[in-house]
Design a protein around this ligand. Structure first.
Ligand SMILES: [Ca+2]
Ligand SMILES: [Ca+2]
Length: 261
């Protein structure tokens, strides 16, 4: 009898483990491309905790209080964070970009961009101005996709831009503001992001648009289409917690995510 109980218990634990692992299997080992907590108190380096050592170079932005620890305040004139040597995710590969943002200014804030300014080949996450409000927007050259929730009301908002696996056009993106899926307005156009020459910029404008004016925290780019559950984990617990206890170690990071999500 005791033996049978042990067998049952062992089987039960084994099945629970399988269930846990298969649920988390969507998260692959090298999912994090770059991740900036922006918690440094000074200096012009934004430390990348992804384990890829893609540390960013900050131009001008000030260190202020953030949602989690410190954050960067951009002056809207020429402040920027550039990731030299890292050109983002290309073609129609899946991707997720997340960040926190706060401003009282309505304008077409440039948040995250890479690619070149030719049809399909640009990748530009910026604010869409709608009267005295602004919305989360992603665009290629010739197409765009934007939501309806105001992110320029002086409060912190969490933004997530997800390009799902198997997608090929800009309106395939799912946009989330504070964990809420946005309606898809805009003009459909094919995606074919260039990674040939332009490094990832966080804050600098493209063409006739404007620099980011406001405060940004916890910026990260993933090479997978994160689920809302994963986005909510990042939003609620912070990147550091969501990515694991030792972000310097890819394996530890991966297993910490699997255990938690
Ligand atoms: Ca400046
Ligand atoms: Ca921070």
């Amino acid at each position: 009898m005791k033996y049978r109980c042990t067998v049952w218990l062992t089987t039960f634990i084994f099945m629970m483990s399988i269930a846990g692992i298969s649920h988390a299997a969507a998260i692959e080992a090298d999912t994090v491309e770059v991740a900036y907590l922006l918690d440094e108190n000074n200096g012009n380096v934004a430390k990348d905790i992804s384990g890829n050592d893609r540390h960013g170079e900050i131009t001008g932005a000030k260190r202020v209080e953030g949602v989690f620890g410190r954050a960067l305040e951009y002056d809207g004139v020429d402040d920027n964070l550039i990731v030299t040597g890292y050109n983002g995710i290309g073609g129609t590969e899946p991707r997720t970009t997340v960040f926190w943002f706060k401003t009282t200014t309505v304008r077409d804030h440039s948040w995250v961009k890479w690619g070149i300014n030719s049809p399909s080949q640009k990748y530009y996450i910026r604010a869409h101005v709608r009267g005295n409000e602004c919305n989360l927007r992603v665009e290629v050259n010739s197409g765009n996709n934007f939501g309806t929730d105001n992110v320029c009301d002086g409060e912190w908002h969490h933004c997530a831009v997800v390009f799902p696996d198997g997608s090929d056009a800009v309106k395939d993106h799912d946009l989330y503001v504070d964990g809420k899926l946005q309606e898809k307005e805009g003009t459909e156009f094919a995606m074919d992001t260039s990674v040939d020459t332009q490094a990832v910029n966080i804050g600098a404008r493209l063409a006739n648009h404007t620099f980011m004016l406001g405060t940004m925290d916890e910026v990260a780019i993933f090479n997978v289409d994160l689920s809302l559950r994963e986005i909510d984990a990042i939003r609620n617990n912070g990147l550091k917690s969501a990515l694991g206890v030792d972000p310097q170690d890819k394996l530890t990071t991966r297993w910490a995510m699997i255990k938690k999500y």
